[in-house]
Write a protein that binds this ligand. Structure first.
Ligand code: AMP
Length: 183
């Protein structure tokens, strides 16, 4: 049986219209994680891509990036560091603020999370406008990290987030994409 792995993963993502607010289609990865087969295929796609990249760390973005990032780090025999929302980390932190559609958001990391020159993979579940990914990458770079790539499962193609991230000079990898209106 021939199985297109990208389509296999993509089909396990649930689209929930009007959540968390009217007009937004939420791309829910919980079914993808719940099925042990799709979960393994997904993680293996990332392992295959990064196993020879001589990485030092995986940085996962709060909160779904933690699930993917920690499993991937473990599989690649690397450490994991969290990029958290404001006010969650107990030790000394560095912060990066970015703009959302309405208002601002802030991501934080511990100042000792990365050593200068370490090769870091940055991962989240989804790239929409790209704002979160760019802020997290900036934070890592301010700590001296060499951010090797930004990775996500999903790209929302019409929002242009991939280009926003690429325009900062950072390579990007996504497994699959959805158009904004696709249900
Ligand atoms: P952005 O900064 O606009 O690229 O937004 C990316 C972040 O918001 C990621 O952490 C996603 O988990 C979350 N996000 C944004 N839009 C959606 C969506 N339609 N479905 C699921 N998560 C989303």
């Amino acid at each position: 049986m021939h199985v297109d792995t990208v389509e296999y993963v993509r089909r396990a993502i649930r689209s929930v219209p009007d959540w968390p607010k009217p007009g937004i289609i939420f791309r829910d990865i919980t079914p993808l994680l719940q099925d042990p087969r799709t979960f393994r295929v997904l993680i293996d796609m990332f392992v295959y891509r990064y196993m020879r990249q001589r990485l030092d760390l995986v940085a996962g973005i709060d909160a779904r990036g933690f699930i993917l990032g920690s499993v991937l780090a473990y599989e690649l025999n690397l450490g994991f560091v969290p990029v958290r929302k404001k006010g969650k980390l107990p030790f000394r932190t560095l912060a990066e603020q970015y703009t959302l559609e309405y208002g601002n958001a802030t991501v934080e990391m511990h100042t000792d999370a990365v050593k200068p020159g370490q090769r870091v993979l940055l991962i989240d579940d989804l790239i929409a406008t790209g704002g979160t990914m760019v802020a997290a990458a900036k934070l890592l770079q301010r700590l001296g990290a060499n951010v090797v790539e930004a990775a996500a499962i999903i790209e929302l193609s019409e929002l242009g987030g991939l280009k926003v991230v690429k325009d900062t000079g950072l390579p990007v990898f996504t497994v699959c994409s959805f158009t904004e209106s696709e249900t």
